[in-house]
Design a protein around this ligand. Structure first.
Ligand code: KG4
Ligand code: ZN
Length: 354
């Protein structure tokens, strides 16, 4: 079964093809979801000068990019449209003008080729990215999919949540951010530091050379009463206040120290809330996903937490943490396997609950 995935919810136009042995009605077993092609056309450079994504610009770029990324994905996989069995598209949440491009392209493709189509929730795509594997999985080691149920920590530019993943398609949000998402905090603090957009990867790189104890920043939401809620706007404000008092870092070392201190505060909140969620649920597996899951400090800290508690830890390679279409094709595959099919009234939705 080969599923072509399309994603255009924000500023990446992406197309991927995944392949799963056996047919889509297979029962309980979970064969590997192998990525045959994975193409991402990023608009980062175009939006960088505005310091954030301009929705209308993003939508127009998607229109230009969508056919080329489909052609490139098919070429990468060595396949033609005749070799596809289904189409999966991100139907929300996201920028409505942007979402519409993949939804319409996917519907056109499905209609023209007589293929089944399913709409995928963008966050479901992120949550299931750790189920992806490559044909030559890391030097021949068999890829083991994360067991179910598990605790998902989903941290992206638009969302930050702790999710109990009961099964494919059965998600229970245990706690979420009350204000900014983790990635949003990285981007906003990075903007104050003049690090460009998106700033997450740059802060990650600089933090590796800095002292995480150099600047005292608050650890938010850790009181009992806050439960599994998350919050990042206080931390962002504290970083802004620090800059107001002390000015921009004088040199590269001071910049690295501030980045390390900020990142440590984000990571500590996420790790402590994950620990609390493990205590409360008794779950034995943690699965990290979303763009911020590419962060090396967070990956290392969660791995340490899990090792200390004999909890299994899973995270996708960084390229499948940030927005891509392989994760959408993967989530689409599991929907198809459950017998789900959309029709041509499938529409994009800017907001959509998980
Ligand atoms: O999942 P994603 O690609 O898009 C959304 O669905 O939001 O996440 C993008 C976010 C951005 O805020 C970006 O700064 C952040 O993920 N990000 C990172 C890293 N790579 C991407 N944050 C921290 N460290 C990273 N290495
Ligand atoms: Zn995303």
């Amino acid at each position: 079964m080969r599923v072509l995935g399309l994603e255009s919810s924000c500023d990446e136009t992406a197309c991927a093809v995944v392949e799963v042995a056996g047919d889509a009605t297979a029962g309980a077993g979970s064969p590997p979801v192998v990525v045959r092609a994975d193409v991402v056309a990023s608009q980062t450079a175009i939006h960088a000068r505005w310091g954030g994504v301009v929705p209308e610009v993003a939508a127009r770029q998607h229109v230009q990019n969508v056919i080329p990324v489909i052609a490139e994905a098919l070429a990468q996989a060595g396949l033609t449209l005749d070799d596809l069995d289904a189409v999966a598209v991100t139907r929300g949440p996201g920028l409505i003008g942007a979402l519409l491009v993949a939804v319409q392209a996917g519907k056109a493709l499905a209609f023209a080729r007589g293929l089944p189509i399913v709409g995928v929730h963008h966050l479901e795509g992120h949550l299931l990215a750790p189920y992806l594997s490559t044909a030559d999985a890391a030097g021949g080691a068999p890829h083991r999919p994360p067991p179910l149920p598990h605790l998902g920590l989903l941290v992206s530019g638009g969302h930050s949540s702790l999710v109990r993943v009961h099964d494919f398609g059965r998600y229970e949000v245990l706690g979420a951010t009350q204000d900014d998402a983790a990635g949003e905090a990285f981007d906003k603090v990075g903007k104050l530091l003049g690090l460009g957009y998106p700033a997450g990867p740059t802060i990650d790189r600089l933090a590796a050379q800095g002292n995480p104890r150099a600047v005292a920043l608050p650890r938010a939401m850790l009181g009992q009463r806050r439960g599994l809620q998350l919050s990042f706007s206080g931390l962002k404000t504290a970083a802004a206040a620090h800059l107001q008092r002390h000015g921009l870092p004088k040199d590269e070392a001071a910049l690295a120290d501030l980045c390390a201190s900020f990142q440590a505060a984000v990571v500590e909140q996420l790790v402590r809330k994950t620990a609390l969620a493990l205590d409360q649920t008794g779950l034995k597996t943690v699965v990290l996903s979303g763009g911020v899951a590419a962060n090396r400090g967070l990956r290392a800290a969660l791995k340490t937490l899990c090792e200390g508690r004999q909890i299994e830890f899973f995270v996708a390679p960084p390229r499948w943490c940030t927005d891509n279409a392989a994760m959408i094709a993967c989530a689409g595959y599991y929907r198809l396997r459950r017998g789900e099919r959309a029709d041509l009234t499938l529409n994009a939705l800017a907001s959509l609950p998980l």
